[in-house]
Design a protein around this ligand. Sequence first.
Ligand code: MG
Length: 171
Amino acid sequence: MNKKVYELINDQINKELYSGYLYLSFADYYEAEGLKGFANWYLIQAQEERDHALIFRRYLLDNDCPVVLGAIAQPDMTFTDYLGPLEAALEHEKYVTSLIDNIMAAAVKAKDFRTQQFLNWFIDEQLEEEANASEMVSNMKLFGGDARSLYELDREYLGRVYTQASPLAGA
Ligand code: MG
């Protein structure tokens, strides 16, 4: 594998684990605020991010490339209102999209067609992640000011159930 492509993918394992760590901190915030549905949504999101890390890990191993795990940064955001984590999540997902795009650009430059094919799943996934994060911001802006509507939103997010992001994450 091209050195640059390899380094970016290995780094992405760390970034995905950090995303999971970040969303776990969001879940903790909502749990403390008594919004168990929002806490549930971000707890599941954290599990999905771990899946993403495992998919990149599996890809490196299948290509006989060593996985080098680094330290995961501390999530240190503090929030003053319910909208805060939702806006931070949208911003973070846009950042992750830029990371995936960077890996794709390196794979294109290296004529690494296998990695391009592999990354297509993540390109699609990022569209979904951004759309979900954006909808959560809109919902909070529209309905978050009213206690009954906020309660119903929280119930809705309580209904989210974890499903493995891809069979690749299980190996
Ligand atoms: Mg991810």
